[in-house]
Design a protein. Structure first.
Lengths: 127, 566
């Protein structure tokens, strides 16, 4: 394929588990208490090296949202989704932010996701 | 420039574009030059009347029109025709006084000149004095050259200084008295008495005096050239090498001036593989020809840089640094040095023997994505940290940073070294002026698709009037540089078009490289389609701008070398 354009981030970054391309910086983390079908998920302000899929409406534990799946530019794996719009006022804060599934990520210092087990699971979205 | 309003004049006559005193032509009229015959025709059919206008928009004064034509006739050498026109139209190019004045100047009869000057027309006080000064200055200098010092002194005293025009100049003239005649020419920057200096005096006076008294030289030609220039600039597809435009019709190039048709599809083993350069352990991501076309620099994707000799096919040197992750390199125009930069946040300048000449590093240096050097060697442009364009002036050691909002994937500089083009991930191409001191907004070009890959774009056509870029939707996009209009979208490739390169000497040809393992050569659509070739598969990754008109073996011989294949 052509030469992929991958953005390199500085500092502690979360990378794609399969291809190690950088996805998001630790500073951009908003919340760790989200859930998805495969386990935990983190909410980020911005992510890089991903491309958006088509938008669709999904019913989640917190209500109906319009989301678009995001996949890694390098390996084409679906790594999470982006909140395009939320139908309920209380969920509006998520609009424009990204969810990355913990199972698809590798932490900056190489730690695997098992170490995060001590986090409190509060009510959050189920995919 | 479309509107044609025919005013019902005799067929040979064309309409002038504008009054002599206005610079911009009006819309809807055609340019033209009245042929000699039509001048007489026209004069006969229109009676001379001072307030009358010609032209379909009534913007041209008849008197001025006739005078300019007369001037053109005289300057072309058609003295008789000019005289006939003057007689028939009753409009003289110059009043008799001006005529006399010109003759006096050219003959050197200075006193008569001075007398005539006051008769010429209503002149402003300062203009009159300035003109008088010029005439008397010429008289003074000629007397000095003839070693007639007393006469010169007399002129200076009684005629020039009472004018009160410019005391510093008068002092300067006085200083000329004390030099030798031989030095006079050099000191005064004067050509010496004779026709040449008198002619230039005449031209100076012409600029000084109002144009209605003395029509500026070559006025008609100037007006037509201005009109042609405007047409040329308005012509969006203009891409020809010849500079002479026809006067018979408004200049408008048709779409087939830009290459839109695939001339050749290069795939497989078609081009004779001259050399296969092996040695990189990572995919080759960047290639650069030396300015003299004898050497090649190749860069792996975050790897070492290798220098190859084209004539022998050998790797001359491998440039390495601990932690080397070079991503791009650029030659200096002298072909003896080049710079390379990469993810290790340093830019190194090397020579051909493998010595490191200079290094830019430090805490402030960011990660370099792309590098380029302008063709005059004065600026080094680098893409840092994905979003910043850093223009470093090599001579003055100063730099200017342009910040983009979205990440930049590739960089390209124009051949005249003034402009640079960057492709952004947000599917825009921005054109920046390197030399502009202020932060103007860049020109933006949109329409193509880009999101994941490094897509390259470049300048093209005569005067670099076009911007061409690849795209992830397998098409080639061509924009007009000045108005940003998307001129054409060329399909043909079946994969992402990664890189394009316009032929630097033939403005009607460019090449594109794509993920469908082919290179296409594009040319004008009235050429015949040639045959297809076959080649080994290998993804076409990138191009360097120096792909010359098909005479050189193209670079696909550099196979992307993956470490698990051989």
């Amino acid at each position: 394929m052509g030469r992929l354009y991958l953005i390199q981030l500085d500092g502690r970054v979360y990378s794609c588990r399969y291809c190690r391309s950088h996805l998001a910086q630790c500073d951009e983390l908003v919340s760790k208490s989200f859930h998805c079908r495969h386990g935990k998920a983190y909410l980020f302000n911005t992510v890089v090296n991903v491309s958006l899929g088509p938008q669709e409406d999904r019913l989640m534990t917190t209500g109906k949202h319009t989301v678009a799946d995001i996949c890694c530019n390098c390996c084409q794996q679906v790594v999470g989704w982006k909140y395009e719009s939320a139908f309920e006022k209380s969920q509006k804060y998520k609009e424009g932010k990204f969810i990355l599934e913990r199972a698809k990520m590798i932490d900056g210092d190489g730690a695997s996701f098992y170490l995060d087990a001590h986090e409190v699971d509060s009510d959050a979205d189920n995919e | 420039m479309g509107g044609d309003s025919d005013v019902g004049q005799p067929p040979l006559k064309r309409q002038k574009l504008s009054k002599p005193s206005h610079k911009t032509p009006c819309e809807g009229s055609r340019t033209g030059v009245a042929a000699t015959g039509s001048a007489a025709l026209m004069a006969r059919s229109i009676c001379s009347n001072d307030g009358e206008t010609v032209g379909s928009h009534g913007q041209i004064r008849k008197v001025e029109f006739v005078r300019i034509i007369e001037q053109a006739l005289f300057s072309l050498g058609y003295q008789q025709a000019g005289a006939v026109l003057e007689e028939e139209s009753g409009i003289r190019l110059q009043s008799p006084a001006v005529q006399q004045f010109r003759e006096d100047i050219l003959a050197g009869r200075w006193d008569e000149c001075v007398a005539t000057l006051s008769e010429i027309g209503v002149l402003e006080e300062s203009t009159y004095k300035a003109a008088l000064f010029l005439v008397l200055q010429q008289k003074f200098l000629e007397s000095l050259e003839a070693s007639n010092t007393t006469a010169a002194l007399e002129t200076l005293r009684s005629e020039i200084s009472p004018l009160g025009v410019s005391t510093s100049k008068v002092h300067q003239l006085a200083s000329f008295i004390v030099c030798f005649p031989e030095d006079l020419l050099a000191k005064a920057q004067w050509k010496g008495a004779g026709q040449e200096s008198r002619q230039s005096l005449l031209e100076e006076l012409q600029q000084l005096l109002p144009p209605s008294i003395m029509v500026p030289e070559r006025r008609l030609e100037h007006l037509i050239e201005v009109a042609l220039q405007v047409q040329r600039e308005a012509c969006v597809y203009h891409n020809t090498l010849d500079h002479v435009l026809s006067l018979y019709s408004d200049h408008r190039c048709s779409r087939d001036q830009i290459p839109t048709r695939t001339l050749q599809v290069v795939e497989g083993d078609s081009l004779k593989v001259k050399y296969k350069f092996t040695g990189h352990s990572k995919p080759v991501s960047f290639v650069a020809w030396s300015p003299d076309d004898t050497m090649l620099l190749t860069c792996g994707n975050e790897e070492v840089v290798k220098l190859w000799d084209i004539s022998t096919g050998q790797c001359k040197y491998t440039y390495d640094k601990p932690n080397s992750c070079f991503t791009s390199c650029a030659w200096f125009p002298d072909g003896k040095r080049f710079v390379s930069g990469g993810g290790d946040k340093c830019i190194y300048m090397w020579d051909l023997e493998g010595h490191e000449l200079e290094a830019w590093k430090g805490a402030r240096m960011p990660r370099i994505n792309d590098l380029a050097i302008t063709t005059d060697g004065s600026h080094m442009v680098s893409i840092c940290d994905h979003k910043n364009i850093r223009i470093y002036n090599l001579e003055e050691k100063t730099e200017r940073v342009i910040e983009e909002e979205k990440p930049i994937t590739s960089l390209s500089v124009s051949k005249n070294g003034r402009y640079l083009l960057v492709n952004l991930v947000s599917q825009e191409i921005h054109l920046w002026d390197i030399s502009a001191a202020t932060k103007d907004l860049p020109k933006k070009y949109r329409g193509h698709k880009q999101g994941r890959y490094v897509i390259r774009s470049c300048f093209g056509g005569t005067d670099y009037a076009f911007i061409v870029s690849g795209s992830e939707d397998s098409q080639v996009y061509i924009w007009h540089r000045w108005n940003g209009e998307l001129l054409d979208v060329l399909s043909g490739h079946s994969g992402t078009v990664n890189s394009v390169s316009w032929n630097p000497v033939n403005p009607h040809m460019f090449a594109s490289a794509s993920d469908d393992h082919t290179i296409r050569i594009w040319g004008l659509s009235n050429r015949p389609m040639p045959k297809k070739h076959d080649e080994k598969p290998g993804s076409s990754n990138g191009f360097d701008h120096l792909v010359n008109g098909g005479t050189r073996d193209l670079l696909e011989n550099l196979r992307p070398f993956n470490s698990d294949t051989d």
